[in-house]
Ligand binder design. Sequence first.
Ligand code: ARG
Length: 584
Amino acid sequence: MTTVLHQAAEHALGAALISLGLQDVPARLLPCPKPELGHAAIGSALQGAKLLKRSPMSIAADIAVAMSGASGIAKAEVAPPGYVNLTFTDDAIAAALEAQAADPKCGIPGVPAPEKVVIDFGGPNIKPMHVGHLRSLVIGEALRRMLEAIGHDVVSDIHLGDWGLPSGMILAEIRHRFPEAPWFDQAAQGPFPEELPVSVDDLSSLYPQAAAACKADESRMEEARATTAALQAGQPGLSALWRSIVALAKGRILESCDRLGAHFDLTLGESDAQPEIPALLAYLEATGAARRDGAALLMDVVASEDRHEVPPLVVKKGDGSALYATTDLATILMRRRDLNADRILYVVDGRQHLHFLQVFRAAVKAGLSGEAALEHIAFGTVNGPDGKPFRTRAGNTMGLVELLDLAKEKALARLAEGGRLKDSSSEALDDAADAIGTAALRIADLSSHRTTGYILDLDRAVSFEGKTGPYLLYALVRLRAILAKAGAAGGHIVLQHPAERRLAIACLGLGDAVHRAVKSRSPHELTAWTFDLAAEVSRFYADCPVLGEQAPEIQASRITLCSAAETALGASLRLLGCRVPPAM
Ligand code: ARG
């Protein structure tokens, strides 16, 4: 773990290495192999031995002398075969922690060169969201919060899938139910009625029914295709009806996103990019970035480093229609032109790897992305206990809301089993169960590296014990309860017990954990740190009574230590997107 103290020590180490003639050896601290030996270790003497033709132990001795004089260092001890173990002073640790707790940014350092970052996640289509959207929402939101916390100017966009064949399927299904409705009159120019023939509740059943009808009957599929083409060609009635349906569906979709804590600055859809497409296609053809193949338009995107075949990207089909990829290209253009994006991140299922590889190459080739960096933040699938993609008991795709409700129900059962919140109102109980269930899903998701799929075991995820969301929430709720009981009786932190030192050092690792998570684009780095912090909090409780009988200055120091831990733990849970109930 790296803290501000480690950074200061690396600075001092750099100076020491220069004075020893070892300016080419990186001034990096290593983790100390055993916590009782120190807070960090230096391996530079081993690297420098060849360069100086001296024994590692004698160089280590010189480094130890130089480091013992550095500020904030209590001990610098040589350890065979040439390491130096460092221990920070209690005063330095306490001062750093007090500064972190008082910092509105919780000691999370900003980046030297902030960027305008567009983060595209969620990616729902106009049909109910399902378990497949969970990861994009959870990983995307955590990254969004972390990028913002380190100083980037972040714009999130949902990139609603509102323009493909499903639109035609839904519209055709409505026409079957209401053949006489004014929107379907090809000649009608409008205005069209405000009131829709379907309600928001019908929306969840419309798509599955439309899909079933198309699957069972090829003529229905033909009809859906023709309707899609008519919509995309701009038939006024279909366009008006579709706009209203999208607005209705978007409301529902954003409700579920909200429940998961996902925030979108923009809620644009694929349809919003359509006005750009005719000019874009003309440009691609005129500049030679795309070539004709019959009536279709293709872009060659192979690169010399390819080990697998990368097929050309189709940007216009033979029937003249644009595709998902064309929309993505137009959207890149808009994000660059209208938002001035320096970087665009796509938090999308790893199975779309080829799509993004092709689209990014095409965008660069045609000069659509300018200087902006494009990144596919791929993730693996959520699997059930059988190792196959997570499904309902009946074997159907699990809806997102259904999954959130299931987690909430299980959280409610856990609360009841543990006799928790017995005296709370039913609203408070319901709210706590919702927060716990959602955090359970989030943390289960954010516990492994994003690129690996994982098995979602709901019972395990909602457990209050083990590496779970509820365990982390409870650690914070408990800290808050202690602080509430203590009132405002904190004082300066005086570290006396090893558990206090360990807790303080753990808290100081927050900023480093956030930066590691952003660097790897994988929030699990922060989750792992949060579990380590929670473990130190438990150890501290076990060894160091806070409100028990003891000297007033010890009590005051421990209260401040709890408060600093509360700040660090609260910040990390917020960055991971978890909502913390007042009690549990
Ligand atoms: N709606 C798409 C899907 O369901 C995901 C969109 C991801 N974002 C993007 N710009 N392509 O696969």
